[in-house]
Ligand binder design. Structure first.
Ligand SMILES: Nc1nc2c(ncn2[C@@H]2O[C@H](COP(=O)(O)OP(=O)(O)OP(=O)(O)O)[C@@H](O)[C@H]2O)c(=O)[nH]1
Ligand SMILES: [Mg+2]
Length: 199
């Protein structure tokens, strides 16, 4: 009887963990986005001033619990010299967030090439993907429809759950929608084993 009850209890309190990569060109707003996510999803979280986040050398980590799962974020530096390190993190990843600086028309093609290059790596095949059209608080930013025409093409994305979402890491606009969509997509794909079970 004890074992039955403790087994049921463990089943109830168990939380599956999933790993999520945040990638994109340097200056796209990845770390600002992650800070904004922590503010929204971690009660009482007091982090850095969003306006003074330094460029990432290496990676930033973050974790939140939402919809009864834990998401472990890996925010990777986007500078050219750091991009080759991304592939080391593709193994065991359950979700990818690709961040675009919608206010940088000059580098949009560079971003697209980087994006395609990442998706050419077969370890990323089929992994749920969120494309963030970031910096939508800036009026002149490229609008989401134009971003979708460039990035959200079946020939690049392949068969997987994918959604492009307009966000602003700075104001928090669209952050909740992005995370909720991703956690639902990850759950749908939960045939893929979680990183580990946490009690
Ligand atoms: N206006 C506006 N600025 C933003 C937004 N998100 C980020 N920024 C600014 O963009 C710059 C780069 O932001 P980061 O979050 O450091 O960019 P990153 O992608 O982490 O860059 P790396 O770490 O170098 O790869 C900073 O000056 C941010 O304040 C946004 O939604 N709106
Ligand atoms: Mg960063």
């Amino acid at each position: 009887m004890y074992h039955l009850i403790s087994g049921l209890w463990n089943e109830c309190v168990q939380i599956d963990e999933y790993n999520v990569l945040i990638v994109g060109l340097d200056n796209a707003g990845k770390s600002t986005f992650l800070e904004s996510v922590k503010r929204k999803f971690i009660r009482g979280y007091k982090g850095m001033d969003l306006k003074y986040i330094p460029s990432t050398i290496g990676l930033n980590l973050g974790e939140i619990v939402t919809d009864k799962i834990q998401l472990n974020f890996f925010d990777l530096g986007g500078q050219r010299e750091l991009q080759h390190l991304w592939k080391k993190y593709y193994e065991g990843v359950h979700g990818i967030i690709y961040v675009i600086d919608s206010n940088d028309r000059v580098r949009i093609q560079e971003s697209k090439e980087l994006f395609e290059n990442m998706l050419r790596n077969e370890k990323t095949n089929g992994i749920p993907l969120v494309i963030l059209a970031n910096k939508q608080d800036i009026q002149e930013s490229i609008k989401i429809k134009e971003i979708m025409m460039e990035f959200d093409e079946y020939s690049i994305i392949g068969p997987r759950d994918c959604r492009t979402i307009a966000v602003s890491g700075l104001t928090g606009y669209g952050i909740e929608e992005a995370i909720k969509w991703l956690s639902a997509a990850i759950k749908r794909h939960s045939i893929v084993k979680p990183a580990r079970n946490k009690e």
